[in-house]
Design a protein around this ligand. Sequence first.
Ligand code: GLN
Length: 488
Amino acid sequence: MSELWRLGLGQAYQGLLAKDFTAEELVLDCLDRIKATEPAINACLTVLDEQAIQQAKELDRLGPDPQRPLWGVPLTVKDVFSLKGAPTTAGSKILENYLCSYEATVVQRLRQAGAVICAKTNCDEFAMGSSTEFSAYGPTSNPWNTQRVPGGSSGGAAASVAACQTPGGFGTDTGGSIRQPAALCGCVGLKPTYGRVSRYGIIAYGSSLDQAGPFARSVKDCARLLASVAGPDGLDSTASTIPVDDYLNPAELDVKQLTLGLPKELWSASFSPEVETVLQEAKTLLTKAGVNLKEVSLPSLKYSVASYYILASAEASTNLARYDGVRYGYRAPDRSGLAELYLSSRSHGFGPEVQRRILLGTFVLSSGYYDAYFRKAAQVRRLIQQQYDAALESCQFLLAPVSSIPAWPFGSFTNDPLTIYQLDMMTLPLNLAGAPGLSLPCGLGADGLPVGIQIMGRAFDESALLKAGSLIEQVFPPIGTPEVKAKE
Ligand code: GLN
């Protein structure tokens, strides 16, 4: 069979079980696809070709196993997941020479499910950013137009899946880093409920917000990926013990009985004309399909950007204190004293955006400012949680845009951090609420760039969310596969 890389995750899995092709054939085909597309998109920081081929051969030797939901399926993981023996840089120079000695729970579970991890994907440094332009290893390009960003911070993961390098991948979403790149690259991305997936072995950014989740080219494929990793973990006390539903056979729902609440604070934003047209068309298609759309209001959403950037930066400033050139990370040659060593290692090891967050985070936690900023932000977060739950009393899910603009040209906002932070306004509320959300493509704009839409559900009810997502996915026209063209 040729062009196995085109297969969606579920199709690939069925083909493997039916012995239409071997795990090795599929992995080799995906590795070729990675080789062919990397010069244009730079989605991968490390390609694990030898390890992947070895593993695929071993799987073939044992034979297909229907008990393993990802048997032989090639995947990628964002470069914040610890993977034994492989570099794990989090897109930062400070971890350039770090080799992991253990594996993240997500990686272990993917392997148990039979997946073959082929590459580690690019991201903004320590997952701070919305475009992958803050990676110390160069930006990733959007496969639909390589002059444009793929979104971020999991931009490598989204671009890789959209360019069919592998049928699925994993990223993390602290403030939108799965849903926003999925929207900008035209694939599906799921942010599970906080605590649904273990964070053990994932390089921390904002520990009360970070959540790992899958990327794929259909909602069903995301469900298969989530099913393989969700659940409690003795190594992460924040991983919930609430039972995991059967995501492969989700709740029964009928599209005509769906009621979606449209938060007016998000829909009243100003959109680019291309995005506006696709979103209006999406609403028309949903209404025609019989979905009931109603307006809801969450007045505190106007504070979500301010609140998120205070909380996430505060947590980042503490999480990143460990990279001091002594305990962890790059050590600068300046040895004139301990303070100089810290200063020099951190100034050279961290990029400008990470330094900005550390400064902001340290400030809002400092005595005299804690009450004015951090405590206030935490109170706003609680208000948003309450309003989120209240809104879901009058509808089953919330429906919102993901980004007010399509993938933008490189360099558009790199010197304007506040504008980039504002662009996150559609995705941050869900992280503050701790709830699950799914971003899926709803069409292509007149500029040929994908536009995404997100549905958000109740905490720990990914089963209903995935079911609603796959019904909604069928309402929108398929956007096809990008023709990945090298940069001029
Ligand atoms: N853009 C947001 C930030 O920079 C979200 C990043 C994320 O979800 N990791 O913090």
